[in-house]
Write a protein that binds this ligand. Structure first.
Ligand code: CDP
Ligand code: MG
Length: 136
């Protein structure tokens, strides 16, 4: 049975800075994920802190919020069959050194913090994260 989902993807500052937007979008579309919405924005540290609230107790939280607000990002709604899991598979592991070959983080990630992309980790979080950036 078909299971069409939507998920949130973010191209992080390190990848926007290196002009990787089109290359990363092509990986999604080549793998049957449609880019339904896309906008380039520059968020504040407070907005990043709200977005990454689930990580507020982690030692990397402050740096993570500073980083996500350090330059332009591209936020996207991806749609397709099992989109949440499909996007996570295309992204690869959080640490680019551990990311499977040809995943986005393997190809483009610079380090565990500058790992080029964000992707929702569950359908429930996908809904919240899409609403966070596309709530009009
Ligand atoms: O992004 P992903 O869901 O794979 O990983 P996460 O565990 O939800 O962590 C969110 C983000 O925090 C990661 O993508 C990294 O950018 C950052 N992070 C970090 O800087 N240092 C860590 N030890 C773990 C995560
Ligand atoms: Mg996560």
């Amino acid at each position: 049975m078909s299971n069409i989902e939507q998920t949130l993807s973010i191209i992080k500052p390190d990848a926007v800075e290196r002009n990787l937007i089109d290359e990363i979008k092509k990986i999604f579309t080549d793998n049957k994920l449609i880019v339904k919405e896309s906008k380039k924005i520059h968020i504040t540290k407070d907005e990043a802190a709200e977005f990454y609230k689930v990580h507020q107790s982690k030692p990397f939280y402050n740096d993570l919020c500073l980083y996500l607000s350090s330059g332009p990002i591209v936020v996207m709604v991806l749609e397709g069959e099992n989109a949440v899991a499909a996007n996570r598979k295309l992204m690869g592991a959080t640490n680019p050194k551990e990311a499977e070959e040809n995943t986005i983080r393997n190809l483009f990630g610079l380090s565990i913090d500058k790992n080029s992309v964000h992707g929702s980790d569950s359908l429930e979080n996908a809904k919240k994260e899409i609403n966070f950036f596309f709530n009009n």
